[in-house]
Design a protein around this ligand. Structure first.
Ligand SMILES: Nc1ncnc2c1ncn2[C@@H]1O[C@H](COP(=O)(O)OP(=O)(O)O)[C@@H](O)[C@H]1O
Ligand SMILES: [Mg+2]
Length: 414
């Protein structure tokens, strides 16, 4: 009767103190994991900049931080053990003391005393087990809290109540679109207006940081506009079923990812049940078949994690092929041929003009030659459209375009 409340009180006092420590500990574990991951991914950069000792120091700092937090959390928890042991053994001594006196007075048999001790030990051991259980539960609940944080993050992109499933065509309209990234006070896009007819090829050019990527991200609704509206096929993108919209708008990102697996598996990301003929067709369109066909194992050729066994230009062509396999209505290429040589680039442009002329193609490029043939070119400058028109018009109308053209022409002449 005395021992049980004492045990409960000990646990009850210490565990609430340990809880915040365990939460902190979990945060420290995350920080160490993050730096390990960052260093493994960027291992070549670290080596080429000779930053090993700097990175080791950074790792040591965070790791020491983890060690210290772990030590304070765990030493608090293990201090429970001697206290509980003290309670257990004091109880046994007390039983022996009072029981022993009763045995010598003849009011209790020695067998009864032994069984009493056995019982009380069992009760106390169960209490110890319970306290172990609570301690583990505590650690577990701190981890569960972190997992729930991730799981309960809600997407800011809300589904429409009666979503539209089908894109009527590949036309794109921006009406007075303004956009700021969440948490940023600045307007990254300012009053953007334009209309693209279905099937047109559009080029977007402008210096880095002029919000080209930001602009096209609004089309597959990776972000929602802050003001104005983006319409695809005449319907506001917010009215579409998000999955249907993204299925029909293929986006080849600036930084592309291939996954470890065969070339075939990587292509089938675009369309799960694609046959070899279909895959070869898009590989040819993206000018990737010329190198894939040279592998003995062809489509079974292995792709390393991140596509590390391919050159930059080869990776770009594979990712363009993957996007084409989706047979999208709109295809967005964000600087996707930057690492492809000029001749191959020109061949890809030609395919867009002929084979794929029904697809609305939006090409962001640094090289004028990649977009010169486009029906319309948008020149971006500091989040605004500086001017818009075909190559000849812009040569007359846009000083920025002329400047880019002349600087690249010089490069070619030399
Ligand atoms: N995820 C983001 N969060 C906050 N700001 C961003 C984000 N991505 C880009 N920006 C900012 O938006 C501006 C335009 O970037 P971006 O559209 O990537 O330019 P571009 O593709 O033309 O080089 C830049 O000033 C950049 O700092
Ligand atoms: Mg960009």
């Amino acid at each position: 009767m005395v021992a049980v409340p004492l045990t409960a009180a000990t646990i009850g006092i210490i565990l609430p103190k340990a809880r915040p420590l365990f939460q902190k500990l979990q945060g420290r574990v995350d920080r160490v994991n993050a730096i390990i991951q960052e260093n493994l991914i960027g291992i070549r950069v670290v080596k080429s900049f000779n930053r090993q000792s700097y990175e080791e120091r950074r790792f040591k700092e965070r790791n020491d931080d983890l060690k210290n937090t772990a030590l304070s959390a765990i030493s608090l928890v293990i201090s429970v053990m001697p206290m509980l042991n003290l309670i257990v053994y004091s109880t046994i001594i007390a039983v022996l003391w009072f029981g022993g006196r009763q045995v010598s007075a003849g009011t209790m048999g020695s067998g009864e005393l032994i069984s009493f001790i056995t019982y009380i030990t069992q009760v106390l051991m169960s209490l110890l087990m319970m306290s172990f259980f609570f301690m583990n539960l505590l650690r577990g609940s701190a981890s569960a809290g972190r997992i729930l944080e991730v799981l309960s993050t809600e997407s800011e992109i809300k589904e429409a109540e009666t979503p539209v499933k089908e894109l009527k065509d590949g036309s794109v309209t921006f009406e007075h679109v303004c956009f700021s990234y969440p948490g940023s006070p600045e307007k990254t896009l300012k009053d953007i207006n334009f209309h693209i007819k279905s099937g047109e090829t559009i080029g977007i050019i402008g210096s880095t940081g002029s919000s080209k990527t930001t602009l096209v991200q609004l089309i597959p609704r990776l972000y929602d506009v802050t003001e104005g509206s983006v319409k695809v096929g005449g319907v506001d993108v917010r009215e579409y079923d998000v999955k249907a919209l993204r299925d029909q708008v293929a986006f080849v990102l600036q930084k592309n990812t291939l996954f470890s697996g065969t070339i075939r598996e990587n292509m089938q990301w675009g369309k799960e049940d694609a046959s070899d003929e279909e895959i070869i067709k898009v590989l040819k369109q993206a000018q990737a078949w010329e190198f894939v066909s040279k592998y003995e194992d062809g489509l079974d050729h292995w792709v390393e994690q991140g596509g590390d066994n391919f050159s930059g230009g080869q990776k770009q062509r594979l990712t363009i092929a993957r996007a084409l396999l989706k047979s999208p209505k709109i295809l967005i290429l964000d600087d996707s041929t930057s690492a492809v040589d000029m001749t191959t680039d020109a061949r890809i442009q030609q395919v867009f003009k002929t084979d794929l002329k029904d697809i609305t193609t939006i090409i962001i490029a640094q090289r004028i030659s990649s977009i010169q043939q486009a029906d319309k070119i948008i020149v971006m400058h500091e989040g605004k459209i500086e001017s818009m028109g075909d190559h000849e018009t812009l040569m007359v109308k846009s000083p920025i375009y002329r400047e880019i053209y002349q600087s690249q022409l010089k490069g070619v002449a030399v």
